[in-house]
Ligand binder design. Structure first.
Ligand SMILES: CCCCCCCCCC/C=C\CCCCC/C=C/C(=O)SCCNC(=O)CCNC(=O)[C@H](O)C(C)(C)COP(=O)(O)OP(=O)(O)OC[C@H]1O[C@@H](n2cnc3c(N)ncnc32)[C@H](O)[C@@H]1OP(=O)(O)O
Ligand SMILES: Cc1cc2nc3c(=O)[nH]c(=O)nc-3n(C[C@H](O)[C@H](O)[C@H](O)COP(=O)(O)OP(=O)(O)OC[C@H]3O[C@@H](n4cnc5c(N)ncnc54)[C@H](O)[C@@H]3O)c2cc1C
Length: 672
């Protein structure tokens, strides 16, 4: 039995030979990546989706208009729910459902995207028991479609400047929801434009003329039967986007629209019928739906980068171009060192992002169950961690995916590669759920507080314990046996700690000179976001270390350790300026890191296909001609191109309408 479980009769021989070189069992590696239970469920649900033709794309989405995309994905999502009990073991398991939707629907969006990822989590965390009964149960039972309407045309980041108003009318026991200006229009919510009939709306709570800041309200926006907007509500689609065009992101305006008082989500903050306001136990508890998405995004982004790596690495083993030794025949492009250097570090990042995604979800679940008991101590840690990870992971993912695309040459630029769409979806993650730079500055706030605690000999939390440790002056990389690469991880720690303390000292100096805290912050904002990035990259490296250490099977651990060590080398070189500034690393150590990285590229090369096969993306899920499991790329690229709508006729009307008359006229002129 070969160790790579993807081998099948009829596959491209080149790929089969590659797969036979695996040093580990790909299904065991899949278990390390996804968790053994989820890996098994993914495998089984993919087989079931393969058999259920109603869940298959009716044609490649690249050849569809937006309206066709919306309709196609609405059709598939409805079929998916109709068959859900036959396909998944536990329909209430978000992870299993996400993988089902990834297989059957893809990533271009569908009417229930924000419903499941924000609307339901907002109700779970912020609705009281009675409200859960009223809306959560119907939402879970698909009796209504919800969205999360927070961002406005004028403001997305600065939530304190949101303009939508929810004014309490004591006489009728209602809130009056109103959009006072054009900039107050809700703008961007997913599935709002044409699909949703309910929304959790963020609006400023106003009682007796006093504003209590923004709170969340349940608003029905469309009639349940006719689907027409209710009186006082204007709603529509905001137009085409870079990608994610099967999602109808929308706008929404209210003209003194009335809702019952009990439509304010009241698990934590409350307003009684006399207009008496009760504060929540934590000022930011109403932000929980955002924290939820930030926590799920990390693993999803890892998956996007894993998909792009799979496509590029498989294709690089099919594509031959040029010779390394003259006369010895064209080589697979993955045999070029530059191609390996382009792709393997992205593969390693995909792995660690998926591991980090799992860790952060566990912390989220813990915080959620604490919150249920009114306990909010870990909320700040979770906010800091998710803010940093969300920003660093999305940024590195899209940079990595772009490398994958370019590594596929011209065919990478074609939508047939599948990379442009997932890149477009992934890059949205740099903006949604908090613009990356803004979220890095949120983490920086936490880090600066942590420095203050450290100076008192205390730690703000587990994530920043390392700030209490003393700094070494020189790295031991290349000075002691490599072992488990401890000195490399120590270098990540050193770089992060130094930048964090450096910027904290600079802030103090500016303030000591009389500068206000806010202006000093502005003067050092770029350095602060750097501190946040370095802290997060240290967290990621340490997470990779924890994962490798936890693996019991020797062959899996060895293959993972190769990726981990490559990650350490590659990322350190990417941040090397920070280690050179204080001569922590010497030039010969940088050379040592580089040479070790090149060695690792060669070590990883024979396992490359098995490391991507271990993601176990089905062809249906990958939606890529270049990334096909069987490697039959060229004949299928030709088949795909023939599906282009431009090939429906040999001559298209625009030729007769514009080009032919122009050429005829030109010929006539030349005959005169
Ligand atoms: C079919 C079935 C499928 C089922 C499977 C489901 C899976 C589906 C997967 C689909 C995947 C993808 C779909 C993509 C959907 C995308 C949806 C996108 C949605 C959105 O974008 S919603 C809008 C998001 N908006 C934002 O993120 C806004 C960003 N801004 C902010 O968060 C805040 O304004 C801020 C944090 C930048 C600042 O807030 P502000 O109130 O002004 O506070 P500050 O004064 O700066 O800070 C005050 C203190 O508060 C702390 N703080 C801030 N936020 C939090 C928090 N969330 N938690 C805890 N603490 C917080 C902050 O740190 C300060 O503390 P300090 O004073 O320093 O102690
Ligand atoms: C695909 C997609 C889906 C979305 N889905 C939803 C949804 O379902 N529901 C919803 O409510 N919203 C949604 N959004 C909106 C999204 O949350 C916001 O676009 C996002 O929070 C960024 O806010 P903004 O657009 O106001 O950017 P801005 O804040 O205007 O950012 C513009 C620039 O200003 C900078 N900047 C802003 N403030 C600061 C600061 N304090 N310090 C330093 N720099 C700053 C930013 O770094 C950025 O460079 C979605 C957006 C996208 C792209």
């Amino acid at each position: 039995m070969p160790l790579n479980k993807e081998i099948q009769p009829g596959d491209n021989d080149e790929l089969t030979r590659e797969r036979l070189q695996a040093t580990f069992d790909t299904q065991q590696m899949a278990a390390a990546l996804w968790g053994s239970d989820l890996a098994r469920k993914r495998r089984e649900l993919a087989k079931k989706v393969d058999k259920l033709t109603v869940l298959h794309d009716s044609k490649d989405m690249s050849f569809m208009t937006r309206e066709e995309k919306l309709s196609e994905n609405a059709r598939k999502v409805v079929q998916m729910f109709a068959h859900v009990a036959d396909i998944v073991e536990d329909p209430s398991d978000d992870a299993e459902m996400f993988h089902l939707s990834s297989n059957a629907i893809g990533h271009e969006g569908h009417p229930f995207g924000v419903h499941f990822v924000m609307f339901i989590p907002a109700l779970k965390a912020q609705a009281d028991d009675e409200q859960r009964e009223k809306w959560l149960m119907p939402a879970l039972g698909l009796q209504l479609i919800g969205t999360y309407a927070q961002t406005e045309l004028g403001h997305g980041t600065n939530l304190r400047a949101l303009e939508t108003m929810a004014t309490f009318d004591k006489a009728t026991d209602e809130f009056v929801i109103h959009t006072p200006t054009v900039t107050a229009l809700k703008w961007w919510p997913g599935s709002l434009g044409k699909s949703s009939n309910h929304a959790v709306v963020s609006a400023n709570l106003i009682i007796d003329g006093k504003s209590y800041g923004h709170h969340n309200f349940m608003v029905q926006i469309r009639d349940e039967n006719t689907h027409k907007p209710l009186k006082g509500i204007t709603v529509g689609d905001i137009g085409p986007k870079m990608a994610y065009n099967a999602s109808d992101n929308g706008f929404l305006g209210f003209d003194h629209h009335r809702i019952p008082r009990r439509n304010m989500l009241m698990r934590h903050a409350k307003v009684d019928k006399n207009g008496v306001y009760t504060k929540p136990p934590h000022a930011k508890i109403g932000y929980s739906a955002m924290v939820h998405v930030r926590s799920v995004m990390i693993g999803h982004q890892g998956m996007f980068l894993g998909s792009a790596s799979t496509i590029a690495i498989r294709y690089s083993l099919v594509r031959r171009q040029g010779e390394i030794k003259e006369g010895s025949g064209e080589v697979k492009i993955l045999d070029y060192q530059t191609q390996q250097h382009r792709l393997f570090p992205q593969l390693a990042r995909a792995y660690v992002f998926m591991f980090a995604g799992k860790e952060v979800r566990e912390l989220y679940q813990k915080v959620l169950s604490d919150m249920e008991k009114g306990e909010t101590t870990l909320l700040a840690d979770l906010h800091a961690l998710t803010s940093g990870l969300k920003s660093v992971v999305t940024h590195l993912c899209v940079a990595g995916m772009e490398q994958c695309r370019m590594a596929c040459g011209g065919h990478g630029y074609s939508r047939a590669s599948g990379i442009p769409e997932i890149w477009g979806v992934a890059v949205g993650g740099c903006t949604y759920e908090g613009e990356n730079m803004v979220m890095l500055l949120q983490l920086a706030r936490y880090l600066m507080k942590a420095v203050k605690e450290t100076k008192k000999g205390k730690s703000l939390g587990r994530l920043v314990d390392y700030l209490l440790l003393p700094q070494d002056r020189h790295s031991l990389i290349g000075r002691v046996p490599q072992g488990e690469y401890g000195p490399h991880l120590a270098a990540f720690e050193h770089i992060a700690r130094r930048q964090i303390f450096k910027v904290a000292d600079e802030l103090t100096k500016l303030q000591d000179k009389g500068m206000s805290k806010e202006i000093a912050w502005q003067k050092k904002a770029v350095e602060l976001q750097r501190a946040a990035r370095l802290h997060t990259r240290f967290y990621l490296a340490a997470c990779f270390h924890r994962k490798v250490q936890s693996v019991v099977d020797g062959r899996i651990r060895e293959a993972l350790a190769d990726l981990y060590h490559l990650h350490l080398n590659y990322e350190l070189l990417d941040m090397v300026n920070y280690a050179l500034e204080d001569a922590y690393l010497k030039a010969d150590q940088v050379d040592f890191i580089r040479e070790d990285m090149y060695r690792l590229l060669e070590t990883i090369r024979p396992n490359a296909i098995s490391l991507v096969d271990a993601f176990e993306f089905s062809d249906r899920e990958l939606r890529s001609v270049l990334g096909r499991r069987d490697g039959h790329v060229y004949e299928n690229l030709y088949k795909w191109a023939k599906e282009s709508e431009l090939n429906r006729a040999d001559v298209l009307p625009y030729f007769d309408k514009y080009l032919k008359p122009m050429m005829l006229a030109a010929r006539q002129r030349s005959n005169i």
